[in-house]
Design a protein around this ligand. Structure first.
Ligand SMILES: *Cc1c(COP(=O)(O)O)cnc(C)c1O
Length: 490
């Protein structure tokens, strides 16, 4: 029975599982070439940021498509049926007018690495499932901890991203803080911190009032004196001081908390300092490393490489100043890392992670760093920062737009100014965002600042040059003016 089914599949593909047979290698090469031609066709397609299809139009493409037919179609047909629309209706992250979120275009060396990562399918939960990949991760982490300025006792582990890094750090901080950490402890973070801090606290079983949000200055940076006041109050209430979670690069404003001042306060109170550098950590690979001074005093650091470092999702790391702080995650499993070490000199990375089965994402970081080098990375990042400064100038010069803040990293927030008032501007802003996306003109974001809806551009693509930005700003202005006219007519 199963033999018959296998022969049916085998019509266009003699061996569907990648292995040592020449037939399976041939099938792999063919499928990969076909996939590559979908992503990078010989004739350039100038699609823009998005095809413009709405959700119901996309649903129609899937209606009636049997997800698992009795007789398989073979890989060539599956690529045509599913692979093609998946590329055609993807957000084109490599397009310069894709500038909505912290969602980067991807570097070619990392994509080459992804081919190796998926085909070799190593799993980092034990050394015998990932012999060289384990060593690669350790090698990259050693480099990253020294780049961050952490001491020789430092260690780390690759994660799915900032959310997981933040959650792991807060778990470890709670574990070292003692038994009342979760029932009455406090985590200090700024009112601009990423929502994953609060979400992690909830998941980790902290009390509802555990996260204390420290006010920020006009640029979105935590106020150190407000932190001191909040700590004093928590001490007065005899609550355990679990962690200060500072942010290096807030998601909206790109604000970098005053890390040196915060580190001093955390140190004098003996509080665990976590720095969420998911976004701003990218500066480590640029000439602006000094803007992160104080980072080296952190006890834990979250870094994301799928934000400023051009890595395909997912790719983040958690760094710890003291490897010993990973101890609470070091459970023993008879089948993975038994008490009596099987491979005496091999690291057991499962002892540092929430995850068990885990991808070898460090390989793509290593290949990218080697291929582009420090100068190459610095040039790319600098270009994005320059583009953002130029965008701010263009916004300032635009008659319908008002810059909200001078940019700190690669995000820029601005208001559309309506002759019909602020409420009208809010409504138009949301409509313009949707209309540009559904026309395929550009992907831009909106967010709330000072209680009002703002446009937000995130310029992670070095090719989002001033020309491109000006084009998008004009499209915003034109779309908004049209909506004003419609309003006046109605
Ligand atoms: C993106 C982001 C996160 C979340 O990281 P993921 O990789 O999306 O899980 C956390 N903190 C900050 C500051 C971020 O910008």
């Amino acid at each position: 029975m199963s033999v018959v089914a296998f022969h049916t599949v085998a019509q266009d593909q003699s061996d569907p599982i990648l292995g040592n047979s020449e037939a399976s290698r041939q099938a792999y090469r063919q499928a990969m070439m076909q996939a590559i031609h979908l992503v990078a066709p010989q004739t350039p397609f100038t699609q823009g940021a998005y095809s413009g299809a709405g959700a119901s139009a996309l649903q129609k493409l899937l209606d009636g498509l049997d997800p698992c037919p009795k007789v398989g179609t073979g890989v060539a047909a599956a690529l045509a049926d599913i692979g093609k629309p998946a590329v055609d209706h993807a957000l084109a992250v490599g397009d310069p007018s894709s500038m909505a979120h912290l969602h980067c275009p991807v570097a070619i060396p990392a994509l080459a690495a992804e081919v190796l990562i998926s085909a070799t399918n190593q799993s980092l939960d034990s050394w015998d499932q990932s012999p060289f990949a384990t060593m690669v991760e350790e090698h990259v982490l050693t480099y990253l901890t020294s780049l961050a300025g952490l001491p020789a006792t430092a260690s780390g582990n690759f994660t799915s991203g900032g959310s997981q890094s933040n959650m792991t750090a807060l778990h470890l901080a709670a574990e070292q803080c003692g038994e009342h950490a979760r029932s009455s402890g406090v985590i200090f973070t700024s009112d601009q911190a990423h929502f994953s801090i609060s979400k992690s606290a909830a998941i980790l079983g902290f009390s509802k009032d555990a996260v204390v949000k420290i006010p920020t200055d006009a640029e979105g940076r935590m106020r150190p004196e407000a932190l001191e006041t909040a700590i004093k109050q928590a001490k007065h209430q005899s609550r355990p001081l679990v962690a200060v979670a500072a942010t290096a690069g807030t998601t909206d404003l790109g604000a970098i908390d005053p890390l040196e001042d915060i580190a001093k306060i955390a140190d004098s109170e003996g509080i665990w300092l976590h720095v969420d550098a998911a976004y701003g950590g990218g500066l480590l690979f640029s000439r602006h490393r000094a803007r992160l001074n104080g980072l080296e005093k952190a006890r834990s650091i979250a870094l994301d490489f799928h934000k400023m470092l051009f890595q395909p999702i997912s790719c983040g790391a958690l760094l710890l100043a003291n490897a010993a702080d990973f101890a609470p995650l070091a459970t023993k499993a008879d089948y993975l890392n038994p008490e009596d070490a099987v491979f005496a000199d091999a690291p057991n990375l499962v002892e540092r992670s929430f995850q068990t089965t885990r991808r070898s994402d460090a390989l793509k970081v290593l290949m990218t760093l080697r291929a582009l080098g420090r100068d190459g990375l610095d040039a790319l990042i600098q270009q994005t920062l320059d583009n953002t400064q130029a965008a701010a100038k263009a916004i300032e010069a635009h008659p319908d737009l008002q810059l909200a803040r001078q940019p700190s990293l690669s995000t820029v927030l601005f208001r559309y100014v309506s002759p019909n008032g602020a409420e009208r501007a809010d409504a138009i802003t949301l409509k313009v965002r949707a209309s540009l996306f559904l026309k395929g003109t550009a992907a831009v974001a909106t967010t709330v600042l000072d209680g009002r809806i703002h446009f937000k551009l995130t310029l992670l693509n070095p090719r989002s040059t001033p020309d491109v930005v000006t084009h998008v700003l004009d499209a915003i202005g034109n779309a908004a003016r049209e909506l004003e006219t419609d309003h006046a007519r109605a």
